[in-house]
Design a protein. Structure first.
Length: 272
């Protein structure tokens, strides 16, 4: 019996068939890809690793107050100079938001805090820094000629804030800041019963008289006449005040410079 074998030839699939099969395989789940869309407010703090949100990842204007939890942004998280005035909402910085001593002079731009921004009574005397003023006296002997207006010079400062008194200009107290000032001068004369004693406070080398005191000599030589002159006046930055004395006893007359209140001069800022 003769057996006959028949050889069958299989044809290799075409490229198009291979691509079609691969597509079918993927579609049936061989490899799958998922596209995830995040809904609003779906990313919480637990989903962010430390340092994940950098400055480059935040769009300008994208962080509103409603997105921040109370105290979420601490001082250490804010770069120096990062928050400008345009980023602060009107009225957003309240007293409760400011730490004690947090506002220093270097943090305020010139003219940034105007008068209408300050609540009545909020700036107390303890908060005022370097209020200009000086009190000086003369400790060296001084003989005043008769019938001669004599300008007083001073050599010792009790206090001197803001450079009001300078030893190189010992005859005056200068105004570093415009405002309202209290000015006081005193003079104690040696005992003498003849003539008058005059004490004058002037502004800007005699351009304006601020205060004047004129008394007659005491009837008893046992007393030393003590004079004082006081004024409250408006002075401008750069103005200066001086004290003058006059006597007409007919001979030179000494001023008592041995006591703390003998010959003094005071200028003190009291108000804008």
């Amino acid at each position: 019996m003769e057996v006959t074998h028949k050889r069958r030839w299989l044809r290799f699939p075409s490229p198009a068939m291979i691509v079609a099969c691969a597509a079918l395989f993927v579609a049936l789940g061989g490899t799958s890809y998922a596209v995830v869309t995040l809904g609003p407010d779906s990313v919480g703090t637990d989903n962010l690793k430390d340092g994940a949100v950098t400055n480059a990842k935040i769009a300008a204007g994208s962080v509103s107050a409603g997105k921040l939890v109370g105290n979420a942004v601490t001082n250490a998280k804010v770069r120096n100079g990062a928050i400008s005035s345009s980023k602060l909402q009107n009225g957003s910085v309240t007293n409760a938001k400011l730490g004690d001593g947090s506002i220093t002079t270097v943090k305020l731009k010139n003219g940034a805090v105007s008068n209408d921004k300050l609540q009545n009574g909020v700036v107390t005397p303890k908060k005022l820094f370097n209020v200009p003023g000086a009190r000086v006296r003369r400790t060296t002997a001084l003989s005043v000629p008769t019938a001669t207006m004599t300008l007083l010079h001073f050599d010792t400062a009790g206090f001197n804030v803001g450079g009001v008194w300078k030893s190189g200009s010992s005859d005056r107290l200068s105004v570093p800041t415009a405002g309202r000032y209290l000015v006081t001068a005193t003079a104690r004369w040696a005992s003498n019963t003849t003539g008058r004693r005059t004490l004058v406070i002037s502004r800007n080398a005699g351009a304006g008289e601020l205060a004047f005191n004129n008394v007659s000599a005491y009837s008893s030589a046992a007393f030393e006449p003590q004079q004082s002159a006081t004024a409250v006046c408006e002075l401008d930055n750069g103005d200066f005040v001086q004290a003058w004395v006059y006597q007409d006893s007919g001979a030179p007359l000494a001023l008592d410079t041995t006591t703390a209140t003998g010959v003094t001069f005071t200028l003190q800022w009291i108000a804008p």
